[in-house]
Design a protein around this ligand. Structure first.
Ligand code: F6R
Length: 262
């Protein structure tokens, strides 16, 4: 795991968008894993800008989202399909047939979860997974006690997550109680992942996820087992981390990050 600290949310989002753009340019038929949530909105806006101004080409990209609410259809404004169309898909040249999310309206949710895993596999697995982090440490909707080897399945959302997402639905009692989510095990199989967290409300959980012990109570700690995970944070989200001097030294000195220092 590597940690990159940027001055503020805009700079952190720009770095993530540049990392994604570089991967797309290196491999135009890349399989991207996508996250939703407020943190990702800036990243998608920047990718749209790069598509429009720098001809970043999504025509061959394939995408798989981490999760979708149970019971919400594609036209429902609270659904993650709707979010993705609104923030990214409708503004870039991606082929809608190459964009995948679990079907939250499926009559057989267990079968839908199995199907989703198989489609990911048929596409060769996820090359680059984008991740946000919930206030209780979920990645996707892997709530506390999600098995570290879990696969795509239906999860009941924790009270922390219901509260976190309340604004989008006009109250925590209106947030769907369940979601289909890729499992922690599914996520760990991606070739590379980038977790983005910004703002002081994420400082405690980032410190636990990055520097704390691995525990299924905080699914993001499982990323410590991943072979290529980059955590990008702004100063606020980094404020409870211990080894910040070391993280900054790596970013300022290691050749891997040279292109991103300017
Ligand atoms: C959503 C998802 C979640 C969010 C997380 C952070 O697809 O995977 O894990 O990334 O809840 O959400 P925000 O960015 O709204 O704080």
């Amino acid at each position: 795991m590597e940690v990159i600290i940027r001055s503020d949310a805009d700079a952190a989002s720009l770095l993530v968008a540049r990392m994604v753009a570089k991967e797309i340019r290196a491999n135009p038929s890349i399989v991207l894993g996508l996250a939703t949530g407020q943190t990702m909105e800036r990243v998608y806006a920047l990718l749209v800008q790069m598509h429009k101004k720098e001809k970043l080409d999504f025509s061959l990209c394939r995408t798989f989202n981490l999760d979708e609410y149970v019971g919400l259809g594609t036209k429902d404004s609270g659904s993650y399909r709707f979010y993705m169309k609104h923030h990214l898909f409708d503004h870039v040249n991606i082929d809608p047939r190459n964009t995948h999310l679990p079907d939250g309206k499926s009559a057989d949710l267990d079968k839908e979860c199995e199907r989703y895993e198989k489609v990911i596999e048929r596409n060769g697995g996820i090359d680059l997974q984008l991740l946000g982090i919930g206030k209780a440490g979920h990645i996707g909707f892997n709530e506390p006690l999600s098995a570290l080897r879990s696969r795509t399945r239906v999860k009941a959302l924790s009270p922390t997550t219901l509260n976190q997402n309340a604004a989008m639905f006009g109250g925590s009692d209106k947030v769907p109680q369940r979601a289909i989510t890729m499992g922690v095990g599914t996520i760990l199989e991606c070739r590379k992942c980038i977790l983005l967290a910004t703002g002081d409300s994420k400082a405690n959980i980032i410190a636990k996820a990055v520097e704390g012990p691995i525990t299924s109570m905080i699914s993001a700690t499982a990323l410590q087992l991943h072979r290529k995970c980059t955590v990008v944070v702004d100063e606020e989200a980094a404020s409870k981390l211990q080894a910040t001097d070391y993280y900054r030294w790596i970013f300022d000195n290691e050749p891997e990050w040279q292109d991103y220092r300017t």
